[in-house]
Design a protein around this ligand. Structure first.
Ligand code: NAD
Ligand code: WQD
Length: 333
């Protein structure tokens, strides 16, 4: 199949391009490079020894996207493009609503116009809110705590309603848990600018000496050691989930959690990072971060049952691969 991958130069998109190409599909990447760079596309080509058609384009630019849809015939679309920083979304809600919702609507509209019936969307466990754990897909969604989460919940509704109104359209909503890790080549991975919001990129920046100390946000949660528990998933597993979802697309809307089903606390993740990589991570306990919940992990049974997908990588694999990527970037500087 020829797949349009929006946001394909980003962290999860780039790994998914690799998985698609390895599975024999071809990809066309559209990315405005607002949170990535052109070298990522070269790295995808290097890893896969395949060509990637790349367009520096904004998915909210309907005219440009319309031209692309006239130039290529697509069998499916995976829509990663969007902004994802929770804190920034609280400060700049309009920017988030505009980018994340307009991109989804432009893409959906063009898919319908051109008979592109497979649509896979990057959703997030954040849509569950502070729900009953483990999160399963049948739970009624609780209020999200920030505009970013709201754009995911709203995009899910836009796509679900579109599939209802268009019986040939197939929508797969993938709710990711906490992706970390990197491709084993060390050529692609997560590389945020500035001070990272998320735990693993923060740990790697401390490990390479760019940041002095990790702040552990709260040690008084009702969890195994008082620190927040999350379902960390290797980005390569996550990427494989997209290939399966695309290949198994069915008319209507399907929702799948992509997680491991296992929770790991902040202190457990730090301990695994130190043990596997032989690097010390200085840390201190800091106040809770506003909006955080104690525990989040998936019930991942539905994806196993319907898609034949299961996460294979362990937390040890994840911390090793995150570190390899960070170290390789350090050496390139
Ligand atoms: P990322 O920022 O690395 O990738 C997103 C890519 O989209 C970037 O390359 C960026 O330049 C591009 N982009 C943004 N707006 C665009 C636009 N209007 N037009 C074209 N390109 C645009 O983020 P990621 O971690 O790879 O996340 C991919 C998707 O998965 C996002 O939609 C994100 O919300 C979702 N998601 C991420 C996580 C996570 O923890 N990383 C968890 C759940 C869901
Ligand atoms: C994980 C744990 C923190 C940083 C966010 C988004 C979610 C999804 C994934 C996109 C928590 C703790 C963190 C630090 C810390 N993104 N922590 N010190 O909050 O589960 O999810 O990213 O969809 O929508 O909300 O991930 O990596 O930020 O935090 O102690 O410097 O690490 O409190 O317990 P989170 P995270």
């Amino acid at each position: 199949m020829r797949i349009l991958v929006t946001g394909g130069a980003g962290y999860i998109g780039s790994h998914t391009c690799v998985a698609l190409l390895k599975a024999g599909h071809s990809v066309v990447v559209v990315d405005n490079l607002s949170n990535s760079n052109r070298e990522v596309v070269d790295a995808i080509e290097k890893i896969t020894e395949s060509e990637v058609a790349f367009f520096k384009m904004d998915v909210t630019d309907e005219l440009a996207m319309r031209n692309l849809f006239s130039e290529y015939t697509f069998d499916g679309v995976i829509h990663f493009a969007g902004y994802k920083a929770v804190g920034e979304s609280v400060e700049k809600p309009l920017m988030y609503y505009h980018n994340n919702l307009v991109s989804t609507m432009v893409l959906t509209k063009l898919c319908l116009e051109h008979g592109v019936n497979r649509f896979v969307f990057s959703s997030s466990a954040t849509v569950y809110g502070d729900n009953k754990i483990p999160y399963d897909e049948s739970l009624p969604l609780l209020e999200t705590t920030n505009p970013y989460g709201e754009t995911k919940a709203m995009s899910e509704r836009i796509l679900t309603d579109t599939a209802k109104a268009n019986p040939n359209f197939s929508v797969t909503l993938l709710r990711y848990f906490n992706p970390i890790g990197a491709h084993e080549s060390g050529l692609i991975g997560e590389n945020p600018n500035g001070i990272p919001n998320n735990l693993m990129p923060y740990i790697t920046k401390v490990a390479i000496g760019e940041l002095p100390i990790l702040n552990v946000f709260g040690d008084d949660y009702d969890t195994i050691d008082g620190t927040g528990v999350r379902d960390y998933i290797h980005v390569v597993d996550l990427a494989d989930g997209h290939v399966k979802a695309l290949e198994k697309s069915q008319k209507g809307t399907r929702i799948y959690n992509l997680g491991t089903g296992k929770g790991t606390s902040v202190l457990e993740l730090v301990e695994a990072f130190e043990r596997i990589n032989g690097v010390k991570i200085p840390k201190k306990i800091s106040p809770r971060r506003s909006g955080d919940i104690a525990t989040s992990y998936a019930n991942a049974d539905k994806a196993a049952r319907d898609l034949g997908w299961e996460a294979k990588y362990t937390v040890e694999d994840m911390v090793r691969d995150s570190w390899r990527f960070a170290e390789m970037r350090l050496r390139l500087r």
